[in-house]
Design a protein around this ligand. Structure first.
Ligand SMILES: *Cc1c(COP(=O)(O)O)cnc(C)c1O
Length: 393
C-alpha cells in the first residue's frame, strides 16, 4: 500500500519501516558503531556516495534512519535528521545558518536554552540576535537586518502559549530570502505541520510528545527540501550530535501512539482549562482551546487542535506558585512536557528563574505563572488533584 495515502495514525504505526531480512514484525535494533564492507571496492563506493551502504553510526544507521523517515513522512518533509537531544537539533540549525557577522531574529519567548545559547555562547562567534514578540509578525519584519540569516520561532511558545501566524512570517521571510525554522515540539506533526505552511525547517525535542513516555532525551530536524537537508546533515555528523540506535528504536516505538496520546491528553486539557478558568484563585488561563486566548481564531486555523499544554497565572503571585507546586500529588512537579503523565512547573522559580525581571515581563512570564502539561490520566483525578493543591494556596 502506498504509505503516502495513509492517514496520520496509520503512518505513525507503519511509516519508514525497514525491510528486515528475517521478516520481523518490529524492526531490529542495529546496535553497532560500524558496518563491514564487502570489499575494498564496496568501501570505496560507500565513501564516494555511489552506494547507499552504511559506514559508521555517527554518519547513519538503519534504526536511526527508520525514525528519521517516519518523522519526515509525518511532517510531510524531504528528510529527517535525528539527533541526541532537542538542543542538539536547535544547535545544528544555529550552526548551519549562523556564522561570523550573521544575525538571527527569534521569538522572545523561547524554550529557555534555545534563547540562552544565543545570548551567552553564540556572541563569542560574532553572532547577534534580536528577540521580538513574533505573535505580531510586523515585529519580525521590523527586526530584519541586512545580515539576518535565520528566523527562529516557537508556536505555541514556551511557556506563554503565544501563537505566531506562520504564513504571515513566511511571507516576510520570502521577501528577504531568509530561512524560517519552527520548533514544533509543543504541537508535534499531529497538530501542526509548519512545512505545509511554507516553513523551511522544523525541529523537535522528541523528548516530549513524539517519544511521549518521559524515558528518552532525543531530537529531530526535518527539512522541506533536499537543499536544506544537505546543508544541515554534515553539521550534525561532524559536530557529533547523532543519536544512539537504542534511543532511536525506543523513540520509534513511542511515535506509534502519538495521535491517540495527543487526542486523550487534549480531551483532558480542554476540561482542565475550563475548570481553571472559573477558579477564584486563578487570574487567567492561556490555552488555545479557550475563546479567551488572544489568538483563538489563528490557533483554530493553524493547528488541528489546541493540544495539551496550558499556562495559568495565580492571583497570589510567586509564593502562591511555589505553594501550589509543594502540594500537587498526582501531577509530577517536574520540567519537561508531552508525556503520558501530567507535569506541572513554576517558570518564575524554575525554568525561567535566570531571566531578568524585565526579560520575564516582556516575555509574559508572570510571578504566579504555572505551566501544566496535561497527561492521559482520568481527567477527574487530574482536576481533583489541582483542586486540593489550590486549596492550600
Ligand atoms: C525540551 C525542549 C527543547 C530542548 O529539548 P531537549 O530534548 O531537552 O534537549 C527545545 N524546545 C522545546 C520547545 C522544548 O520543550
Amino acid at each position: 500500500m502506498k504509505q503516502k495515502n495513509l492517514g496520520f495514525n496509520s503512518k505513525a504505526v507503519h511509516a519508514g519501516t525497514m525491510d528486515d531480512v528475517r521478516n520481523s514484525a518490529i524492526s531490529p535494533i542495529y546496535q553497532t558503531s560500524t558496518f563491514r564492507f564487502d570489499s575494498a571496492d564496496h568501501g570505496a563506493k560507500c565513501f564516494a556516495g555511489e552506494d547507499t551502504g552504511y559506514i559508521y553510526t555517527r554518519l547513519g544507521n538503519p534504526t536511526i534512519k527508520e525514525l528519521e523517515d517516519a518523522v519526515a513522512i509525518l511532517e510531510n518533509g524531504y528528510g529527517g535528521i535525528a539527533v541526541s537531544s532537542g538542543m542538539a537539533a536547535v544547535n545544528t540549525v544555529y550552526m548551519t545558518y549562523l556564522g561570523q557577522g550573521k544575525h538571527v531574529v527569534a521569538h522572545n519567548s523561547l524554550y529557555g536554552p534555545s534563547r540562552g545559547v544565543l545570548e551567552t555562547i553564540y556572541p563569542r562567534f560574532g553572532i547577534t540576535a534580536s528577540f521580538v514578540d513574533a505573535t505580531d509578525p510586523q515585529n519580525v519584519a521590523d527586526a530584519i537586518q541586512p545580515d539576518t540569516a535565520l528566523i527562529y520561532l516557537e508556536t505555541p511558545a514556551n511557556p506563554t502559549i503565544g501563537i505566531t501566524d506562520l504564513e504571515a512570517v513566511v511571507r516576510i521571510a520570502r521577501q528577504h530570502q531568509i530561512p524560517v525554522c519552527v520548533d514544533n515540539t509543543f504541537c508535534s506533526p499531529y497538530l501542526q505541520k509548519p512545512l505545509e505552511l511554507g516553513v523551511d525547517i522544523v525541529l523537535h525535542s522528541m523528548t516530549k510528545f513524539i517519544n511521549g513516555h518521559a524515558d528518552i532525551v532525543a531530537g529531530m530536524i526535518v527539512t522541506k527540501t533536499k537543499e536544506e537537508y544537505q546543508k544541515l546533515r554534515p553539521v550534525m555528523v561532524n559536530m557529533g550530535f547523532n543519536m544512539d540506535p537504542h534511543q532511536a528504536w525506543l523513540t520509534r516505538r513511542g511515535l506509534k501512539t502519538l495521535g491517540i496520546r495527543i487526542e486523550k491528553a487534549q480531551e483532558n486539557a480542554i476540561q482542565v482549562a475550563q475548570y481553571l478558568e472559573q477558579h477564584p484563585k486563578v487570574e487567567w488561563v492561556l490555552y488555545p482551546g479557550l475563546s479567551s486566548h488572544p489568538q483563538y481564531e489563528l490557533g483554530k486555523r493553524q493547528m488541528k487542535g489546541p493540544g495539551s499544554m496550558l499556562s495559568f497565572s495565580l492571583k497570589g503571585g510567586f509564593e502562591a506558585g511555589k505553594r501550589m507546586m509543594d502540594h500537587v500529588q498526582l501531577a509530577l512537579l517536574a520540567v519537561s512536557l508531552g508525556g503520558i503523565e501530567t507535569l506541572i512547573q513554576h517558570p518564575a522559580s524554575m525554568t525561567h528563574s535566570k531571566l531578568s525581571k524585565e526579560a520575564k515581563e516582556t516575555a509574559g512570564i508572570t510571578e504566579g505563572l504555572v505551566r501544566l502539561s496535561v497527561g492521559i490520566e482520568e481527567v477527574e483525578d487530574i482536576i481533583k488533584d489541582l483542586e486540593q493543591a489550590l486549596l492550600k494556596v
